[in-house]
Design a binder for this molecule. Sequence first.
Ligand SMILES: *Cc1c(COP(=O)(O)O)cnc(C)c1O
Length: 223
Amino acid sequence: MSIASEIHKLQAELPEGVRLVAVSKFHPAEAVAEAYAAGQRLFGESRVQELLQKIPLCPSDIQWHFIGHLQTNKVRAVMPYVTCIHSIDSERLLRLVNTEAERIGRTVDVLLQVHVACEETKFGFTPEEFECLTSSGILSELSAVRVRGVMGMASNVDDNDRIAADFRLIKNMYDKLVEVLESSDGAPCDTISMGMSHDYRLAIECGSNMVRIGTTIFGEREY
Ligand SMILES: *Cc1c(COP(=O)(O)O)cnc(C)c1O
């Protein structure tokens, strides 16, 4: 199926209130253009160099979300171009993004990446670290970032019960975050980014309202 028809199919299938991030990493600007022509405006990229090369080749009203691990020394480079960073995985990165956003006089949306999957290599706050961070009070000290929610991935396993348990844990962490932020200054915390090509339906059942889908739309990536 073509990129356009995959986009149309997903737009028809996703329940109201669930946003689609089209993950275009490893796919050229031409592929982005096809999805754009089908009405898609929200795209996700996970590598800074690739994103910076692609942006000038793509329509200027695209919203770019950064979804990959962000090294602190690359923050400055991406900050002018991204509307949301899904992958805030340390307090240091969070503070740096805030400082950089302040410096260029803008506000940026961020999601806290949480780690619940069984794989050890994934980035993100464990439930314990997340608890520490959210109870520390730091989230309400940041003037140039808006903490909009959480992003997470389920374990890469075939067991649907395990995947659903991971998604429910991510949803729980989100619910706690909402409580913490509500008792501060009322920044809009409304985003649960979870679900990829192989597990987005289950993620939505477990409460996701933002899915990040690459392979289903664009085909297999060639690394
Ligand atoms: C690549 C990637 C996706 C998309 O994965 P697909 O399986 O191709 O849908 C989603 N989220 C993150 C963080 C990714 O790096």
